[in-house]
Design a protein. Structure first.
Length: 659
């Protein structure tokens, strides 16, 4: 058999090898180094004199296999359970490039002559990959990203059944039991690591656990996946390793391996004796012998190149440097890298600008790899104070989920800048439709749907979530429209952020003139009732097509004055947006106008709660009869005065009020 080396052992147990067969015909073996191991090797695989199993070398496009040369019985349910662990290391040829990886394999055959190297791991080829007739179970340690198999990155662990498109995969890492958090591992770091793979045939769960070699087994697996191997595995199977290199290469080594069958096999399979494992070759010691002169030359050149490279690297690092503090680790899932956001927004180019608000600029972006469209709000943050509270709140906000809220996907923090990442809304903001020339006119049914959607979002924030969230800046420019013209309330949390970041000598301006309830101006306290006020003004705008403050016929007018005037004349619907051309449902128009007035009453006690508002809109309740009806002026100081709206005020407000 060309290229195939068979090594046999005399059936004596050496200290480095314990081969035992239990009464139930379960197999258990431990190799602390492979000198004495009985292995079927092919391709680039070889066992060094010190017992180190080398799978691939640094040649490109090679494959390698190392298998126990006889079949193991997996014919009874209990023998299907197994636990295995091995120590491995991956040495890249050059630091930046590496490939492909190592896989632990259960296979019905040891003949992989038809399989290809590279991304196929020496297991499949383009026509066999994915076929259920393969009957192959593998756990891959993959250091390259193969887009065709949907690989998540170039440093992951995956569980494969008949297919290199993994059933599940996760970036290499481990749970650190001392620090109680996940830490990343770089597979191709040339550092030895240990992996544990456990399958229980009763629970039908595969667990994969990884850790740097020398650390105890972490208490939490890296990957845990329900999979029923009795549907995959044949009665007898070969067990071993497959490995390959691609257009770039790494040397792949296995230092020791333990395997045991049966339930409760775990304890036995953890028995690698680290002190007996073979040592790895000294990485980089292969450099040719150089004459003293050329050595000096090489060192000098290297020094110059290194300093240039270092300078470039530092500049590059600085460009993408972020601020990450220890306490932020727990929110890591919601944190984006500055580099990705920079790429997504093409470097925060003005061309990608979606809008500019009081708190910062909003850019459009497309996330690298996934092409998901996002909106990134960049907020300058002058002081470090309050950042922690802010991030806590962002983490909180990230958990808010409602069909009428713009989903907050995460954030990023870099020096004085904070970035909030939201879902991108194709149709932009409501104010553009109400006031901008050239935008299509919103029909009444669209407007009514927007009013209801906005109310629904506020019911959720005020009453349905685990904490009371006061939005504090409800207005048309914060109401975004999705592809189906549904209202999505955005920008929560930003007002709070502004508090933390603003210069203490400057007046805190939170919220927007025209939408601020009078008591907010007086007392500076944001409540759900102040949100209801802003909601009232917003729905009046939707119905009237008028901004809250306008200058008509030499006079300042508030939108409430305007509706009030019409109402007192007994023709409230005259306040409706002329752009509708009278094309609306009369009852709905009256309802929205009156509701807007009810919500924007100066006294917070007189305003309804958002849940009641929703009932009025759904027709489940009727507006209070005592509420002024048209024809007689019972609304003396009904609307906040124009002056009041511009009075400066200071706010010590609360965004989230505990229930
Ligand atoms: C790697 O292994 C292959 C297959 O055994 C062999 O042909 C090649 O010469 C080796 N390359 C190096 C760099 O050792
Ligand atoms: C897999 O991990 C889970 C969670 O730690 C554990 O409950 C379960 O017993 C493990 N199963 C096996 C087969 O190791
Ligand atoms: C696993 O698959 C086998 C064969 O199809 C079946 O008999 C068994 O009930 C399955 N086990 C579970 C837990 O689904």
């Amino acid at each position: 058999m060309p290229g195939v080396k068979l090594r046999f052992v005399i059936a004596i147990s050496f200290w480095s090898l314990a081969l035992t067969t239990s009464t139930k015909n379960f197999k258990q073996f431990t190799y602390n180094g492979f000198q004495q191991a009985e292995l079927h090797l092919d391709g680039g695989a070889t066992v060094h004199s010190n017992g180190l199993l080398q799978l691939t070398n640094t040649s490109n496009q090679v494959k390698a296999h190392a298998f126990v040369p006889h079949r193991l019985n997996f014919d009874s349910p209990s023998s299907l359970s197994f636990s295995t662990t091995f120590a491995f290391a991956m040495f890249p040829e050059i630091q930046a490039a590496c490939g492909q990886g190592i896989a632990f394999v259960l296979s019905p055959s040891m003949d992989f002559s038809q399989a290809t190297a590279g991304q196929f791991f020496g297991l499949f080829n383009s026509s066999t990959n994915g076929k259920s007739s393969n009957r192959i179970f593998a756990v891959e340690l993959d250091s390259m990203q193969s887009i065709e198999f949907g690989d998540i990155d170039n440093n992951h662990v995956g569980i494969d059944v008949n297919d290199l498109r993994s059933m599940a995969s996760v970036t290499a890492g481990y749970f650190n039991d001392v620090e109680k958090r996940n830490k990343r591992l770089n597979l191709n770091s040339a550092k030895p690591m240990q992996i544990w793979i456990d399958y229980d045939s009763v629970d039908t769960v595969v667990n994969v656990t990884l850790a740097p070699l020398g650390l105890p087994r972490p208490s939490k697996p890296l990957l845990s996946l329900p999979v029923n191997l009795s549907e995959v595995v044949r009665d007898t199977m070969y067990v071993g390793f497959s490995s390959s290199t691609s257009a770039s290469a790494s040397s792949h080594y296995v230092l020791g391996w333990s395997f045991s069958q049966g339930r409760q096999a775990q304890a036995q399979a953890q028995t690698l004796d680290l002190s007996k494992l073979p040592s790895l070759p000294d990485f980089g010691s292969k450099s040719r012998k150089l004459s003293r002169v050329s050595m000096v030359f090489v060192i000098l050149t290297a020094a110059v190149l290194t300093s240039i490279a270092l300078g470039m690297y530092l500049r590059w690092r600085k460009k993408f440097e972020e601020t990450l503090e220890d306490w932020e680790q727990q929110y890591i899932l919601q944190r984006f890298s500055y580099k990705d956001l920079y790429k997504a927004t093409k470097g925060f180019k003005d061309k990608e600008l979606l809008g500019m608000g009081g708190f910062g600029k909003v850019y459009k972006g497309k996330l690298p790899y996934t092409n998901v469209e996002i909106a990134v709000k960049k907020v300058s943050h002058s002081s470090g104070q309050g950042v922690r509270e802010f991030v806590t709140e962002i983490a909180c906000m990230g958990r808010l989920r409602h069909r009428n809220l713009v989903q907050l996907r995460g954030y990023c923090r870099r020096k004085g800048d904070l970035f909030l990442v939201y879902d991108y809304m194709v149709n932009g903001s409501l104010d553009k439709y109400l006031y901008e020339e050239g935008k299509p006119n919103l029909s009444w049914s669209e407007r009514f749907k927007i009013v209801k959607g906005l109310a629904s979002a506020l019911v959720y924030l005020h009453e349905e979530w685990e904490q009371v969230v006061v939005h504090r800046d409800v207005k048309p420019s914060n109401v975004l429209l999705d592809a189906n013209m549904n209202a999505r309330l955005g920008d929560f949390g930003v007002a709070r952020l502004y508090d933390h970041g603003s210069n203490p000598h400057k007046t805190h301006i939170v919220g927007t003139c025209g939408y601020l309830a009078p008591e907010l101006i007086r007392k500076g306290r944001a409540t759900t009732a102040t949100d209801v006020f802003s909601f009232g003004i917003t729905v009046l705008e939707v119905a009237c097509g008028r901004s809250p403050l306008s200058f008509v016929g030499g006079q300042d007018y508030t939108v409430t004055d305007w509706v009030n005037d019409c109402w007192m004349r007994g023709v409230i619907v005259e306040a409706s947006d002329p752009r509708l051309g009278g094309d609306y449902v009369l009852e709905e128009m009256k309802l929205v106008l009156k509701l807007g007035m009810l919500c924007s009453q100066p006294s917070p006690e007189a305003r309804p709660k958002m849940r009641q508002v929703m009932q009025f809109l759904d027709g489940d309740a009727t507006l209070p009869v005592t509420f002024p009806s048209g024809g007689n002026n019972t609304l003396p100081s009904f609307s906040p005065s124009y002056e009041a709206m511009f009075t400066s005020y200071s706010i010590d407000s609360v965004l989230i009020v505990g229930r």
